[in-house]
Design a protein around this ligand. Structure first.
Ligand SMILES: Cc1ncc(COP(=O)(O)O)c(C=O)c1O
Length: 516
């Protein structure tokens, strides 16, 4: 049989010339020059903006930006890349929040490494889908190698397996689904109905809210997550975990999982993993370690020991898009016993029929909650192939060092009080008024955060601890200096001081404190 040869002549008749025809916008063998030009133009715009930005944010307000976005008629295309990029510049790039800027100190967003951006460009153009081998081929093998590599770094042993996910929230949901199914193993449908509302998950008060969300999505009871208060070091206390497991069992409530955190969102603290693993092993309870933030330590040349005990987990969440300097999304759930991933398996005749398992065709959809799925693993692959793990770990070490310096700076500054020293790269602190108006401290800190962002000179996060308003630095940029931190602290003190000065006379201070 002769296969048809794909040539320009052989392709049927619709008009294919001219940049505005629909066919000309499809990426294929005949449009590669436009593809190059278009993507280069986009890269050039971003590069120009990156080179120009003087602050992490312009401070634009939603009511200023929304009319520009709303005014765009999506049914009237511009028909031209340059015009579309000009428009995009006005509605997005000009006022974007830039995580690469050294005074972006707010959330768990990292500046990204260039090899990962290269991966992003390649993966979206090739557009592999990771559900089945017949939609990804080598992509599947690359993702599997990275899962094996991550599992080996964790130390999970030869039966480990896992899959890339969209983020820590999904990884935690996935892990807890497996834990739920293991807890219900062998139950009849009737038993399941009885047991499901009784299942409990033990988590830390400093853990991530996605655990609560997961419990809800998994059909557990509204009070299924038993929250264990932390000690003054903001770490889960193994004794408290043991106590809660015993109490649940006394009350006839089976414990499906204990969730420990390696890198709490606010405090960057790491739960005593080894001791909690002891408790779980004795009780026969699934241990999930949420290392969404702390996973960067897996490649740290100096701090890997902080994760000791993680190798005893049944499942681990790792967010490469937090501490491996990867663009969103890049995350994985990794499990000690790969067989448990079967709890997320469904065989569809059109996609991954069961016979393919016997044929040893590697279909990642058998392990994933998603069907069509991006080849996000390529970003990490190119990062490791270009830079290597040590280089990534050195970057993460640098931000941990910088955060430690920031903590020292805040602790030595009488204008501020600071909470628990982080094992990773956060600093939780608050401005403290000394004179009259002390009762305005919460509102003043809240105001300072908003006024700082509105000024565009810095962005910090806020959080509440023990009912009081705090501010938070999350340092994830090695380019952030002590001077940047000092400058931002001065700005915060200035905004907060001015707020108290203005409002001290007014007894009904407005706690929503509009920026002004
Ligand atoms: C400890 C922890 N777990 C999970 C998550 C959720 O991760 P994602 O935002 O990637 O869904 C976060 C996010 O900040 C986190 O800090």
């Amino acid at each position: 049989m002769t296969l048809p040869v794909h040539t320009a002549e052989a392709t049927p008749t619709r008009p294919t010339t001219g940049p505005t025809t629909a066919r000309a916008q499809l990426l294929n063998d005949r449009t590669v020059d436009d593809y190059r030009r278009s993507v280069t133009a986009g890269t050039e715009r971003v590069a120009r903006r990156l080179a120009e930005v003087t602050g992490p944010f312009t401070g634009v307000r939603p009511d200023e930006l929304a009319p520009l976005v709303d005014a765009i008629d999506l049914d009237r295309p511009l028909g031209d890349t340059t015009a579309a990029l000009d428009e995009l510049d006005r509605v997005y790039l000009r006022d974007a929040v830039w995580f690469h800027h050294p005074r972006y100190l707010a959330h768990l967003n990292c500046p990204v490494v260039i090899p990962a951006l290269l991966g992003e460009a390649v993966l979206s153009a090739v557009n592999s889908s990771m559900d089945t081998w017949d939609q990804s081929a080598g992509g599947t093998l690359i993702e599997r190698r990275l899962i094996d590599w991550t599992a080996a770094r964790i130390g999970l042993g030869p039966a480990a397996d896992g899959v890339f996910t969209s983020g820590g929230t999904q990884s935690n949901l996935h892990a807890l689904l497996l834990a739920r199914e293991e807890a219900l193993a062998g139950a009849t449908p009737t038993d399941r109905r009885v047991l499901l509302p009784r299942l409990r998950i033990i988590a830390s008060a400093a853990g991530h809210f996605s655990v609560q969300k997961a419990a809800k999505l998994l059909g557990l009871a509204p009070d299924a997550v038993v929250v264990v208060e932390t000690g003054p070091d903001r770490r889960m206390r193994p004794g408290a975990v043991r106590h809660e497991i015993a109490r649940c069992r006394r009350d006839g409530l089976p414990v499906a999982a204990v969730v420990a955190t390696a890198g709490t969102t606010d405090f960057g603290t790491i739960d005593p993993l080894d001791e909690i693993a002891d408790v779980c092993a004795t009780a026969g309870v699934w241990l999930h370690v949420d290392a969404a933030y702390g996973c960067g330590l897996l490649v740290s040349p100096t701090r890997r020991h902080l994760l000791d005990g993680i190798e005893r987990a049944d499942s681990v969440t790792v967010d490469y898009h937090k501490s491996f300097f990867q663009p969103v999304s890049s995350s994985a759930v990794v499990v000690r016993d790969g067989r448990t991933l079967r709890h997320a398996t469904w065989h569809a005749d059109y996609l991954n029929p069961a016979r393919m398992v016997a044929q040893r065709i590697p279909n990642q959809v058998d392990k994933s909650l998603q069907t069509t799925r991006r080849f996000d693993a390529l970003k990490l692959w190119l990062t490791l192939r270009v830079m290597g793990p040590d280089a990534v770990g050195e970057l993460f070490d640098e931000v941990c060092d910088r955060a430690a310096q920031a903590w020292d700076l805040v602790a030595a500054d009488p204008r501020f009080e600071v909470l628990t020293r982080s094992s990773l790269s956060t600093v939780v602190f608050r401005w403290r008024p000394t004179g009259p108006g002390r009762e305005l401290a919460d509102a003043a800190n809240l105001h300072a955060r908003e006024a700082l962002a509105a000024s565009g000179l810095g962005v910090v996060a806020g959080t509440r601890v023990d009912g009081r308003q705090y501010l938070k630095f999350t340092v994830l940029n090695p380019a952030t200096t002590r001077e940047d931190i000092g400058y931002v602290l001065d700005l915060i003190a200035e905004h907060a001081g001015r707020y108290v000065h203005t409002h001290a006379a007014s007894p009904a201070a407005d706690l929503t404190c509009p920026v002004g």
